[in-house]
Ligand binder design. Structure first.
Ligand SMILES: Nc1ncnc2c1ncn2[C@@H]1O[C@H](COP(=O)(O)OP(=O)(O)OP(=O)(O)O)[C@@H](O)[C@H]1O
Ligand SMILES: [Mg+2]
Length: 239
């Protein structure tokens, strides 16, 4: 699908956002670019955009069927999705089931410890500040989100966690943690952005092998091969 460059609203590290004829709809175009450490490490990962676009579309439909409103409308080409244009709430929600990543680092604990219940963490969405962790009080007082919006985001995140844990579990994969973004659309809070292995930790059950972007961050192998393997697990066919 060729998208008109003059309609480009925003270009991020992994995706481009284009305007459409409808004022309240956008096209989200998934690129093959991978970045880590807030853009310091960069590479092109063959077919990552195609894999993430299809995976996210598939998972967003499941999430919507479970009662969580989403910005996703439909996939319109291998790398493009039609979505509702939302006002992104600058508070990212991280859901954790197992200790890993920044939680392990911050508290000096080993990765792999299972948490007794899901832990929700909030981060202020700011590339300039490297997405610092904040608490709900801070987010409300500084006006990043309203209390009721955060409440909805937390409830939706737990529903998504239950769904994704079961989904990946059935495929022999443990959902360690993942990040969600939400937005405002016609007065309601909706799940936006993406659900992909770029923003999730997925460990193969039994072996603990990483099936997510940590393969790239930590130089553990070929990310393109890893994402192709995930694709095959989910869709039952090779890309
Ligand atoms: N439905 C939507 N409506 C409006 N904006 C959206 C929607 N879904 C995602 N976005 C925004 O589009 C951008 C997607 O680009 P990408 O994921 O490449 O960004 P990024 O490099 O991760 O940077 P950042 O998220 O910090 O802007 C993000 O800013 C995301 O918040
Ligand atoms: Mg992003």
């Amino acid at each position: 699908m060729t998208l008109p460059p003059d309609q480009k609203l925003y270009e991020g590290k992994a995706k481009q956002v284009y305007a459409t004829e409808a004022a309240d709809e956008i096209i989200i175009h998934y690129k093959d670019d991978a970045t880590a450490f807030n853009g310091v490490k960069k590479a092109q990962i063959a077919d990552k955009g195609v894999i993430n676009c299809k995976l996210s579309a598939f998972l967003m439909e499941k999430v919507a069927a479970a009662g969580v409103p989403t910005a996703f409308v439909r996939q319109v080409s291998p790398r493009d999705q039609l979505c509702k244009k939302v006002e992104i709430i600058p508070v990212e929600l991280v859901v954790r089931n197992v200790v890993a990543g920044s939680l392990a680092k911050r508290l000096g604990i080993a990765e792999g410890q299972r948490l007794s219940r899901p832990l929700l963490e909030h981060f202020y969405k700011s590339d300039a500040l490297n997405d610092p962790q904040i608490n709900e009080e801070c987010a409300v007082i500084l006006g990043y989100a309203r209390a009721w919006e955060l409440q909805a985001m937390r409830e939706y995140s737990l529903v998504v966690n239950d769904l994704l844990r079961a989904f990946w579990g059935d495929l022999g994969v443990d959902l360690v943690d993942f990040k969600l973004e939400f937005g405002r659309y016609k007065g309601a809070v909706v799940l936006a952005d993406e659900i992909t292995p770029d923003g999730s930790r997925l460990w193969e059950r039994g072996t603990g092998r990483h099936l997510d972007k940590d393969v790239f961050r930590r130089d553990l192998g070929d990310l393109s091969d890893t994402y192709r393997e995930l694709y095959q697990r989910v869709f039952g066919e090779r890309l």
